[in-house]
Write a protein that binds this ligand. Structure first.
Ligand code: URA
Length: 250
């Protein structure tokens, strides 16, 4: 992949953007990647699913060597999004956890089990869903006895550094329905104006996909003690809204 720098005058300003040549073995129009603020969708070309998949494979390989922020140094690997490309539904979480970091796949640990349960209850096929995170490396600190790696919320700088990858995923997955799970994903994708608790489960005005929703992060269900069932029900209800917005829902 070819990385370059370009001056892009988007809103009358001089936003500097980094560009990546979308490569599928041929020279193509570069895909612009916003380097500050939430992702913005660029005009979509008429690429076939095969071309989108080849581009995705290339972007994924590029992300494997990402050192855009400091997190790569203490993480095992980049955990890129997974699922069909393109996909009707794209779910975005915060960052890989301990298991995801070791295994290299998103949502395969305890939060992933909650997500799988919620998707099933909402009648959504996980295999048909693209699942990713706004941050692609695990941010952690050692437990007091040094034996465990404890989750640390990614910083704003981590999220900003990683946004170009989410933007690429969005460009290539082209979801009909996009769901940000938790405040980190909601802030990263949609900006500070969106509140998960206030805005969850109803369509949000955004250019990122035909339908954009926010909901709680599945790990909130894990953390809930007495009201676990209510939290899970809420997550499932929000995911049902997503399911009903899919083109296949008719
Ligand atoms: N939490 C996330 O946000 N993403 C994962 O992949 C796992 C846990």
């Amino acid at each position: 992949m070819l990385w370059g720098r370009a001056q892009v005058d988007d809103q009358g300003g001089e936003a500097e953007q980094e560009i990546v040549a979308a490569a599928d073995g041929r020279t193509e129009e570069p895909l612009a990647i916003s380097m500050s603020g939430p992702p913005t969708l660029q005009k979509r070309d008429a690429a076939s699913p095969d071309v989108l998949r080849r581009r995705f494979a290339r972007v994924r390989r590029e992300a494997a060597g990402c050192q855009r922020c400091e997190l790569w140094a203490r993480a095992t690997q980049t955990v890129f999004g997974e699922g069909p490309v393109p996909a009707a539904l794209m779910l975005v979480g915060e960052q890989p956890g301990d298991r995801e970091d070791l295994e290299g796949h998103p949502f395969v640990g305890p939060a992933g089990r909650i997500l799988a349960e919620a998707l099933e209850l909402a009648g959504i096929d996980r295999e048909a869903t693209f699942v990713t995170n706004v941050v692609k490396h695990f941010r952690w600190r050692p437990s007091p006895n040094g034996k465990r790696r404890l989750h640390e919320r990614p910083t704003r700088a981590n999220v900003t550094a990683c946004l170009p990858w989410v933007q690429q995923e969005l460009e290539l997955v082209r979801p009909d329905v996009l769901v940000a799970m938790g405040a980190t994903a909601a802030d990263g994708l949609l900006g500070k104006g969106v509140s998960v608790m206030r805005d969850r489960g109803r369509p949000i005005d955004s250019q990122l996909a035909p339908t954009v929703l926010v909901t709680i992060h599945p790990s909130a269900v894990l953390r809930a003690r007495d009201d676990r069932d209510a939290m899970l029900d809420g997550l499932v209800a929000d995911l049902r809204v997503a399911a009903n917005a899919l083109p296949s829902a008719g």
